[in-house]
Design a protein around this ligand. Structure first.
Ligand code: PMP
Length: 430
């Protein structure tokens, strides 16, 4: 591929290429990346940017990692893709086994998917079909939390926050689900039973038609970057058991160490019936996700009407993605990632603390390798994004939130550049 001159590239981008959550033709600022190495993105124009986003939580070991590159190259020498119906291969089987070993003990069966949203669709279909298999076909609805985010496909969207997700636009196409109030007690707050009252009230009344509760444990990510009490997750597990409803925990954003635990459900000491993982699974190399479930659930499928689980994407278990993911998880286990995440947490707490004194700031919070500065008013991306870039930092705020989730390999000086840049940009806001 011969590179286009930068002006032509940007003009064609604006005219023809739709970006995430963007208008067409493009209006907001867009920067072209030439290459990426370690914690740096290099723009076509030559500037290096310290990456504070890990490309939306994925790139935990930085870009262009030699071990991930080598795993991909080796696998390409064998095959980059082969169908999964009736065939299997080393990368998928070894990765599935690794995921079973890493996740809570009851999760034993792995369904590979292409993206996080699809793994949520799969989780929801598993739950519905499970109840069908058990002779309770009326259990087809879901209980979820306000401020949640689970993806952009239709079933996933039906359990996203109804306001942020603009449900009214899709009213005739979206299934209506049950929404409990968002948890209010912060991560280290003193637990009060009233926090989970609306969740319990919905279960009490509608459990007969609810297949599962689905939510993000401890950290509500794209729906507001909110950290809440692990006790909520623990009580939700108990309530789901009491009311005969499955528990799906979406660990797509929280999984693989980001919150300081390998999986955020470990803060609560509970295991879900179904979990979704994605994002950091391949270390940001390429798209891959998975849905894991228990033997208790899987065993019912043989007796069900269909006799099988009714799902099977074309690129399921892609060998290249599985080989890279396996190497990425081996890499994660090869060093003390928890100590690195703890060090990032300590530095983020210290580095972002001065933001508390700025008039534009409502709240500053940090958990694991996630640092959030919540503002009183929404940021103007057209202004703020180029300011960060001019300071050599890549951040992508949304709404009232400026946040960072850097790669675990970030060095203290690079992280300082991010926190100082956040401070200086927020200090300029009135
Ligand atoms: N669940 C959660 C918790 C997420 O944060 C996301 C992505 N931001 C998704 C699901 C959807 O994943 P994907 O974008 O890979 O479809």
């Amino acid at each position: 591929m011969d590179p286009l001159p930068i002006d032509e590239l940007m003009a064609l981008d604006r005219r023809h290429v739709w970006h995430p959550y963007a208008a067409m033709p493009g209006t907001g600022p867009v920067f072209s990346v030439k290459s990426a190495q370690g914690v740096y993105l290099e723009l076509e124009t030559g500037e290096p940017l310290v990456d504070g986003m890990s490309s939306w939580w994925t790139c935990i070991h930085g870009y262009n990692h030699p071990r991930l590159n080598r795993a991909a190259q080796e696998q390409m020498g064998h095959m980059s893709h082969v169908m999964f119906g009736g065939l299997t291969h080393q990368p998928a089987v070894q990765l599935a086994y690794k995921l079973v070993q890493m996740t809570p003990e009851p999760l034993q069966h792995v369904f590979f998917c292409d993206s996080g949203s699809v793994s949520v669709e799969v989780a929801m279909k598993l739950a519905i079909q499970y109840w069908h298999n058990r002779g309770e076909p009326q259990k087809q609805h879901f209980l979820t939390l306000r401020n949640g985010y689970h993806g952009d496909t239709f079933a996933a969207m039906s359990v996203c926050d109804p306001v942020n997700g603009m449900h009214h636009l899709f009213r005739r196409s979206l299934v209506e689900q049950y929404f409990a109030d968002a948890p209010q007690i912060p991560f280290e707050g003193v637990w009060e039973e009233s926090d989970i009252a609306s969740f319990e009230a919905i279960l009490e009344r509608y459990h007969g038609e609810i297949a599962a509760a689905i939510f993000e444990p401890v950290v509500q990510g794209a729906g507001g970057m909110r950290f809440y009490s692990p006790q909520y997750v623990r009580r939700a597990r108990e309530l789901c058991d009491r009311y005969n409803v499955l528990l799906i925990l979406d660990e797509i954003a929280t999984g693989f160490g980001r919150t300081g635990k390998l999986f955020a459900c470990e803060y609560a000491g509970v295991a879900p019936d179904i979990t979704c993982v994605g994002k950091a699974l391949t270390g940001g190399f390429m798209s891959l996700a998975a849905t894991l479930t228990t033997s208790h659930i899987s065993e019912t499928f043989a007796q069900g009407e269909a006799g099988v689980f009714m799902h099977g994407p074309t690129f399921m278990g892609n060998p290249l993605a599985c080989a890279v993911a396996l190497e990425n998880l081996n890499l994660l286990e090869s060093y003390d990632w928890a100590a690195r995440v703890a060090a990032i947490e300590a530095q983020l707490k210290q580095g972002l603390a001065p933001c508390r004194n700025l008039p534009a700031v409502k709240d500053v919070r940090v958990l694991g390798a996630i640092g959030v500065v919540e503002l009183h008013d929404p940021v103007d991306m057209a202004v703020v994004q180029p300011q960060f870039v001019s300071q050599g930092v890549w951040l992508r705020p949304f709404g009232r939130l400026i946040y960072t989730m850097p790669p675990y390999i970030i060095e203290p000086a690079q992280l300082r550049q991010i926190t100082e840049s956040i401070y200086s940009v927020v200090a300029e806001l009135d």
